[in-house]
Design a protein around this ligand. Structure first.
Ligand SMILES: O=c1ccn([C@@H]2O[C@H](COP(=O)(O)OP(=O)(O)O[C@H]3O[C@H](CO)[C@@H](O)[C@H](O)[C@H]3O)[C@@H](O)[C@H]2O)c(=O)[nH]1
Ligand SMILES: [Mn+2]
Length: 741
């Protein structure tokens, strides 16, 4: 007999109907305007071929090409808008299917770190601790930390964290703490009044000091004051000779083991395993994707949980009930039988009020995934994702068996993780030549071939017939950090541009391969990202051409009195207006929207441009591909400037040159145009160009400020200012020369 509660749903998927209808109607109207634009372009081109000067003809042709690219990207972006769906879990109803701890599926958490100098071991440890503290049966939970930096400091931090965890985990359970990352809990600012909290805070501070001292010194081996130091040193000691981060044997160390380690309340601790895969300069290691594949195998040997959570080392858990929320989707196999992963959004802490670098990434991390939810599901973000382990072994109906049966997702592990045979096999599958001539990275596991292994892996899984769900609960499931200096920001997205181009220009391009396997809408969603770097052409054109030609008496846009002017206005305001509305509707503020659109322009003029150059030089073999790990350490003064909302330039990065040049061009054009009007030139014909230049000036404000008004360390380096001035001057000279031809 079914109980009445058995009918309670585990989650809801609501179609955002009003938005869907409005989006579709607007898309129709907007596409009519785009058609009109091309009709207008056609006429202008015909006219300029016969009558006008060489430069006007080139200008019209360039504007036409730019608008084709813009229209193509607009078309791609519409796929996100056709069927947005928001999914909410109901963990309170989960008891109907799961009520005893034994019913819960095992969960393996993967945390990646790569460089202790950019990713503080304490951050890694805090992330691990926050995952170990999940409200989940401890015997079913294992946390694996992959350390591509091969650093004893990271291992030491984990050992300390695990020791502290024996107090922290029961404390969290008893006090129903929500912030299970101690740093977040003690840093949240509320007064600590009771003795118990005070005591645990002290323990935490002491532990942190111990770790930070060792990290500052850079090694642990010399004096083994504590047992933890001795143990960490021992794990590395056996292979310390010639140990470098690029060349070393595999180190796998069980830091906590559930059947042996108990917390101070006598309950089991979850497993905590440190894994530093073998590295050799002669074998490719495939960056993060390679690290994740090693974790897939090592965890298969040790625990083989059917569900896997992947996390970046700075992605702390902010809600202990997240695994329950994820299970609401995995336990309901009616809605999406081929569910490969549940993606939670990336949300950041520590952003300043205006979020000057737009690192909320509202579109890729919040708005677009809702759009994909109504199709096959969101792309994979690389972090905050719960996977069905089976998804890494071929399509839903075409399972691929791995080389050894112990790696199969159905294999049941019968021995404890500290068993000698288990440890030996685990080391074996973490060897750097293990994958030679295998299907790892091509058909099994995380996929190789792109620096955005996350996007690429999700894409290939969708192509194999899997689907995914985007789940965005009110309380953020995870909190992550974003870089706070502009150079780090644009370096991060430059890597993304390179990685995306690697997909776009491969035989798996979303536009061809994707359309065949996913259908047009999903393929357009993936194309929107894959073709992202080509924004740099039209944006570059709009950023300099209308401005430089205006000062040479070439008009590009229709006169204000011309009815065609209205069409341009509509296209501009329509696109920005829709973007603004979407941003606000997903809990955004107007201030942050402004930063977001400004950073969109800055990123295109730095990351996308330089990413394209880097892709080309990688391809021609001039430079080696590399995964430049984002810096997660920042000094106090930098943080202060960031909190005040100031852009951090500081270093002489060539990536600052294009947008600095553009800033100068726009300023000169705007004031030059203004002077021309004062001298009696007709404003009517140059109004459009003045608006574009004015928009450029408004967006460039932080650049001007950094060039002339600031004197702090984050100001624009004088070298960049001079190069940009010269380049801007050259641009005007060239255009004015061409205009006389
Ligand atoms: O050889 C490597 C390089 C990186 N990482 C780890 O990968 C994660 C992400 O690296 P990060 O430098 O923070 O890059 P982000 O650009 O911030 O990361 C985003 O973009 C990456 C793809 O470029 C994805 O892998 C990430 O999940 C996604 O959050 C970090 O935990 C690193 O430790 C490794 O384990 N091995
Ligand atoms: Mn990161």
């Amino acid at each position: 007999m079914k109980s009445s509660t058995a009918k309670l749903p585990l989650h809801s998927s609501s179609r955002l109907l009003p938005r869907r209808i409005l989006n579709r109607v607007f898309a129709l109207i907007y596409s009519a305007a785009i058609s009109a634009l091309f009709y207008h372009h056609g006429r202008t081109l015909l006219r300029t071929t016969t009558t006008a000067t060489f430069l006007s003809f080139c200008t019209s042709l360039t504007m036409f090409t730019s608008d084709i690219i813009l229209a193509f990207m607009w078309l791609n972006s519409q796929a996100f808008r056709m069927n947005p769906v928001s999914a909410q879990p109901f963990p309170e109803n989960l008891q109907q299917v799961l009520n005893r701890p034994e019913d819960f599926p095992a969960l393996d958490v993967f945390i990646c770190t790569a460089d202790p100098s950019k990713e503080p071991p304490m951050t890694v440890a805090a992330t691990a601790l926050s995952a170990m503290a999940y409200d989940y049966p401890a015997e079913k939970l294992s946390v694996y930390v992959s350390d591509d930096g091969g650093s004893e400091l990271t291992l030491f931090a984990l050992m300390e964290a695990s020791k502290f965890g024996k107090e922290w985990l029961p404390f969290c359970r008893e006090n129903r703490v929500m912030e299970r990352c101690p740093e977040a809990y003690f840093g949240s600012g509320f007064p600590i009044c009771n003795y118990e909290t005070q005591k645990i805070k002290e323990m935490y501070e002491n532990m942190k000091t111990r770790v930070e001292n060792v990290v500052e010194r850079g090694y642990i081996a010399d004096e083994h004051k504590t047992s933890v130091q001795t143990e960490a040193a021992k794990a590395f000691g056996k292979c310390a000779k010639d140990f470098t981060f690029q060349d070393h044997p595999g180190v796998i160390q069980v830091v906590a083991e559930t059947s042996k380690d108990k917390d101070c309340a006598g309950c089991s601790m979850p497993n905590l395993i440190y894994v530093s895969r073998q590295k050799s300069q002669t074998s490719p290691h495939y960056f993060k994707a390679g690290a994740l594949n090693v974790l897939l195998r090592v965890s298969a040997i040790m625990t083989n949980a059917p569900i896997i959570l992947t996390l970046d080392c700075d992605m702390i858990s902010n809600d202990p009930s997240t695994p329950h929320k994820m299970l609401c989707f995995f336990k309901d196999n009616l809605v999406k039988p081929n569910l490969a992963y549940v993606q939670f959004p990336v949300r950041c802490h520590g952003l300043n009020k205006a979020d000057i670098y737009g690192s909320e990434f509202k579109h890729p991390y919040h708005i677009n995934p809702m759009g994909m939810n109504g199709l096959l599901g969101p792309d994979y973000f690389g972090t905050g994702t719960f996977f069905n382990r089976r998804a890494f072994y071929g399509g839903p109906s075409s399972m691929i068996e791995p080389e050894i049966s112990e790696l199969s997702p159905d294999y049941i592990v019968k021995r404890p993780i500290i068993d000698q045979a288990i440890l030996e096999l685990a080391h074996q599958v973490a060897n750097c030549d293990y994958e030679n001539q295998s299907m790892w990275g091509s058909k099994i596991g995380f996929r190789y071939g792109s620096l955005v292994e996350d996007y690429y892996t999700g894409y290939r899984l969708h192509c194999e017939g899997w689907n995914s769900i985007f789940c965005n609960p009110k309380r953020p499931a995870f909190l992550s950090e974003m870089p706070i200096s502009l150079n780090d920001v644009v370096t991060q997205t430059k890597r993304w541009s390179v990685g995306l181009l690697e997909v776009t220009l491969s035989k798996y391009s979303p536009l061809t391969f994707g359309t065949r396997l996913l259908g047009p809408l999903m393929a357009h969603c993936y194309s929107y990202y894959a073709f992202g770097p080509i924004w740099s052409f039209p944006v570059m054109v709009y950023a300099v051409l209308p401005q430089t030609t205006m000062l040479n008496n070439i008009s590009i846009f229709p006169k204000v009195s011309d009815p065609w002017f209205f069409m341009y206005t509509f296209l501009f305001i329509g696109a920005y207006g829709q973007d603004f509305l979407e941003f606000i509707l997903s809990q955004g503020t107007a201030l942050r929207w402004w930063s977001d659109q400004r950073m969109w322009l800055i990123r295109i003029l730095s990351s996308d441009l330089f990413g394209t150059l880097e892709y080309i030089s990688n391809h021609m073999g001039i430079a080696a591909r590399g995964f430049n790990v984002t810096n997660k350490v920042n000094d106090h003064e930098q943080r202060k400037r960031y909190d005040e909302g100031k852009f951090e330039f500081g270093v002489s990065s060539p990536m600052f040159v294009p947008f600095s040049t553009v800033a100068i061009v726009n300023l000169v054009a705007f004031f030059g145009g203004f002077l021309q009007v004062l001298r009696g030139r007709d404003l009517d014909e140059m109004f459009g160009q003045m608006v574009v230049a004015g928009f450029g000036v408004l967006n460039s404000w932080p650049v001007y400020e950094a060039m002339v008004l600031r004197s702090d360390k984050g100001k624009m380096p004088i070298k960049i200012t001079i190069i940009s001035l010269v380049l801007a001057w050259l641009l005007f000279v060239v255009i004015s020369f061409l205009s006389r031809m």
